[in-house]
Unconditional design. Structure first.
Lengths: 121, 236
C-alpha cells in the first residue's frame, strides 16, 4: 500500500492534470476526440493508484522482476506510440496546409485577373 | 493546343527575369504557349521583380519547397484546361531552345517527356561527379523496379500531357520529387520518353542541393522510389 503522503501528492497531480485537460476541452483548444487518449491514461493511473498490488500482480504475471522496470517499459512504449501517432497527424496536417497554401496562391491570381478584367471594362 | 510552362522560383531575383525573357521569345507553330512563375515564398525581391516586369506569377503565402511549388503549377494547368505542362527551372539552368522538341515528343503520344543531360552528350554541364554517380544509381534502381530506362531521373525539365497533369495535381512529393514521380508514372504504365537537352550552370545563387543535404537525399530518394514502386505496383 502506498503512503498517505504519496497518495495526497498523486491526487493533487491528477486533479491538476484533469483540470488542464478539461480546461483545454472547454476552451476548444483541444478537441474531445484528441483528449480521449489522455482521459484514458488518467483513468488507468487512478485505477493503478487505488488498487492494491495490481502492478505487482501484472509484473509477476509477465515475469518482470521489478515493478519499476515494467513501469518504465510500458511508459516508454506509450510515449513512443503517442509520438508516432503525433507524427502521422502532423504529416497529414502538413499536406492539408500545403494544399490550402496552393489554393490561396491560385485564388489570389484569379482575383487579380478578375480585377484587371473589371478595370479594363 | 494550349501549353503552360511552370517556372518554380525561390529566391531567384537575379535569374527570373532572364528566364522569362528567354521563354517569351519562343514561338511554336500550332501551340499557344503560356508561362506561370510560382513564387515559392521567396525572401528576396523575386516578387517585386515579377510585379515590376509584369510577369505572370502565382504568389504562394509561404515556402512550400520545390514539390509544392511545381504542384501548384500543375493544379493551375488543370484548372485552366491546358493540354501540356512543362516544368522549367527559374534559375537559368534549362535551355528554352528545347521546348519545341519536348512538345513534339509529347505529341508523338508520350505522356511524360524528360529532358536528359546524359543522352548524346549534348549537355556541357552535367553536374558534379558525386551527383552523377547518385543519378546513375537512381537510374539503375528505377530500371530494376520498373523495367524503364530513364537516364536522367532527377531532371527538372519535363513535359506532361493531360493525364499526367491530373496525376501530379492529385499527388506530388514535397522534396526531390522527380525520381519518385518518374517511378510512379512508369509503374502506372504511362508512356515515358527522354530527349537529349543542353543544360547550363546557374548564373546566380547556389543550387538547392548543398553538401548537408546529400545524406538526406541519398536515403530519402531511393526509399521513396522503392515505396512508390510497391504502392503503384498493381494499379491501373
Amino acid at each position: 500500500m502506498i503512503s498517505v503522503e504519496l497518495l495526497i501528492f498523486l491526487i493533487f497531480v491528477y486533479v491538476i492534470f484533469s483540470n488542464i485537460l478539461l480546461y483545454s476541452v472547454f476552451n476548444k483548444s483541444l478537441s474531445v476526440r484528441d483528449s480521449l487518449p489522455w482521459f484514458f491514461f488518467l483513468l488507468i493511473m487512478i485505477i493503478v493508484t487505488f488498487s492494491n498490488n495490481l502492478l505487482v500482480n501484472i509484473s509477476n504475471y509477465l515475469g518482470i522482476e521489478i515493478v519499476s522496470n515494467m513501469l518504465f517499459f510500458f511508459g516508454f512504449l506509450i510515449l513512443i506510440g503517442i509520438s508516432l501517432f503525433t507524427t502521422i497527424y502532423l504529416s497529414k496536417q502538413k499536406n492539408k496546409i500545403n494544399s490550402l497554401a496552393q489554393e490561396i496562391g491560385i485564388l489570389k491570381k484569379r482575383i487579380e485577373e478578375l480585377n484587371v478584367k473589371r478595370n479594363n471594362k | 493546343m494550349k501549353a503552360l510552362i511552370i517556372i518554380p522560383a525561390y529566391n531567384e531575383e537575379f535569374n527570373i527575369l532572364n528566364t522569362v525573357n528567354e521563354i517569351i521569345k519562343i514561338k511554336i507553330k500550332g501551340i499557344n504557349l503560356d508561362y506561370i512563375v510560382i513564387n515559392d515564398g521567396s525572401k528576396d525581391l523575386t516578387k517585386q521583380v515579377c510585379i515590376e516586369n509584369n510577369i505572370n506569377f502565382i504568389d504562394l503565402p509561404f515556402n512550400l519547397g520545390i514539390g509544392g511549388a511545381v504542384q501548384t503549377g500543375y493544379k493551375y494547368a488543370l484548372n485552366n484546361d491546358y493540354d501540356i505542362a512543362i516544368q522549367f527551372d527559374g534559375d537559368t539552368q534549362h535551355d528554352s531552345n528545347y521546348l519545341e522538341l519536348l512538345i513534339d515528343e509529347l505529341n508523338k503520344g508520350n505522356d511524360l517527356v524528360i529532358g536528359s543531360r546524359f543522352i548524346n552528350d549534348i549537355s556541357r554541364f552535367k553536374s558534379t561527379k558525386s551527383r552523377r554517380l547518385a543519378i546513375m544509381f537512381l537510374s539503375l534502381l528505377i530500371k530494376i523496379l520498373t523495367g524503364k530506362t530513364i537516364t536522367d531521373p532527377t531532371s527538372g525539365f519535363r513535359g506532361a500531357n493531360k493525364n499526367i497533369i491530373k496525376l501530379f495535381s492529385e499527388y506530388y512529393p514535397h522534396d526531390y520529387p522527380e525520381s519518385e514521380t518518374n517511378t510512379m508514372v512508369a509503374k502506372l504504365k504511362y508512356n515515358i520518353s527522354e530527349i537529349p537537352v543542353n543544360m547550363h550552370e546557374r548564373k546566380h545563387g547556389i543550387s538547392s542541393i548543398n553538401s548537408f543535404k546529400y545524406l538526406y537525399f541519398g536515403i530519402k530518394v531511393p526509399l521513396a522510389i522503392l515505396f512508390t514502386s510497391i504502392i503503384y505496383g498493381g494499379k491501373r
